[in-house]
Design a protein around this ligand. Structure first.
Ligand code: 5GP
Ligand code: MN
Length: 360
């Protein structure tokens, strides 16, 4: 059965058939013996938050689901309760394969295409388990038996909160559950600085605060937990590696492997760099290019109407949301940046239109 709800953020309260989703999801959970939750590769706070939150709810209902991440979690999330139960598939392929093969229900969270599962993808596709996808990215692949896709939600974690509410958990106040939902919301919105958030998001946050979520503790772990090296890396990147094209309303940063080594880079250290560029007047698109072994990973952020998702798909075989997307491309950093420099002018009209919107 397929449910798909492409709603605008302003229709968040008018979700038709929401009861059908939750009923179907509840039935699948009730009928399953071995539930497995899986998030996307390089999971962010929302992917991990949604997975942990859902696990707490299912655990409360008497079942203990396994959890897989396609690769290792970022350091800034390691304080969260139960993260030690998340299997890093990349480093535990045998154990992960057994978990996938044993599952009779696989719930995928915070991604819209099977390719986001990394090396676990073929195993999940081949699995006979029932599959559910819970996500808030646009244009999901129609792969799961039950697709719960709601782009009006700030985060998959917010969507999980509403699904749990629909399954009778409106007052579920397990501290690890409310913390996980809160982590997902504040990471996907940069603590309400960007991304989509609606009245529903704020009502959710209000309820989480009423139930006692420790917002200072979460904020400190997520946003005030940087090493001195990371702060210096950011200074270096802004000073030495930033390129601005005012006429194209675009700014970007490129970092080589040597740059990262010089500042003892750890996973997650470059999080937020692209957002900083967007605070520059007149800039509607920012990109961070980071060199890895044989390929380059990029993070795109945009403002107003400029569709970073579209650019990432066309230019870098990536994807994401309108204002936050990512991708990767084979080649050296010089080649990838050159490819971007050549492609960017093709988007001049859209960039100018978005900048025009901002000046209104
Ligand atoms: P970030 O820049 O924070 O890594 O990612 C921003 C958004 O783009 C997230 O919603 C993330 O899921 C998505 N994203 C990041 N990298 C990729 C990618 O390689 N492929 C696709 N399809 N989406 C990505
Ligand atoms: Mn998300």
């Amino acid at each position: 059965m397929l449910f798909f709800l492409p709603l605008s953020p302003y229709q968040a309260n008018a979700v038709p058939d929401f009861g059908k989703y939750t009923k179907e999801l509840k039935t699948l959970i009730d009928e399953a013996d071995h539930i497995l939750l899986i998030c996307h590769i390089n999971p962010d706070g929302d992917a991990v938050g949604a997975m942990l939150a859902l696990r707490r709810w299912i655990l409360y209902n008497g079942k203990d689901p396994g959890m897989i991440s396609p690769n290792a979690l970022q350091k800034f999330l390691l304080w969260m309760e139960d993260v030690d139960r998340v299997l890093d598939f990349h480093h535990n392929i045998e154990a992960g394969t057994a978990m996938i093969n044993e599952a009779d229900l696989i719930i995928m969270v915070d991604f819209n295409s099977t390719s986001r599962m990394g090396k676990a993808e073929p195993l999940v596709i081949a699995s006979k388990a029932k599959k559910v996808m819970i996500d808030h990215h646009p244009d999901p692949t129609q792969f799961a038996d039950l697709l719960i896709s709601d782009v009006s939600r700030s985060s998959t974690s917010e969507l999980v909160y509403y699904l749990v509410g629909g399954m009778g958990g409106g007052e579920f106040s397990d501290p690890d559950y409310i913390t996980a939902v809160y982590v997902g919301i504040i990471t996907d919105t940069g603590n309400f600085e960007h991304g989509y958030y609606s009245g529903d998001t704020m009502r959710t946050v209000g309820h989480l605060l009423d139930m006692g979520v420790d917002k200072e503790r979460v904020f400190n772990h997520i946003f005030s937990n940087f090493s001195a090296d990371r702060i210096r890396l950011k200074g270096f990147a802004l000073h030495n590696r930033m390129v601005v094209h005012p006429e194209l309303h675009t700014a970007y940063i490129w970092l080589t492997k040597e740059d990262l080594d010089k500042f003892n880079h750890e996973k997650g250290d470059t999080e937020g760099f692209a957002n900083t560029l967007l605070t520059m007047r007149g800039i509607v698109l920012s990109v961070l290019f980071v060199e890895r072994s044989g390929f380059v990973k990029m993070s795109l952020r945009s403002k107003s109407t400029f569709n970073a998702n579209e650019l990432s798909r066309r230019c870098f075989n990536g994807g994401g949301h309108r204002n936050a997307a990512g991708g990767e491309m084979k080649g050296s950093i010089e080649e990838v940046v050159e490819h971007f420099e050549k492609t960017l002018p093709l988007f001049r009209e859209e960039l100018e239109a978005a900048a025009g919107e901002l000046m209104k």
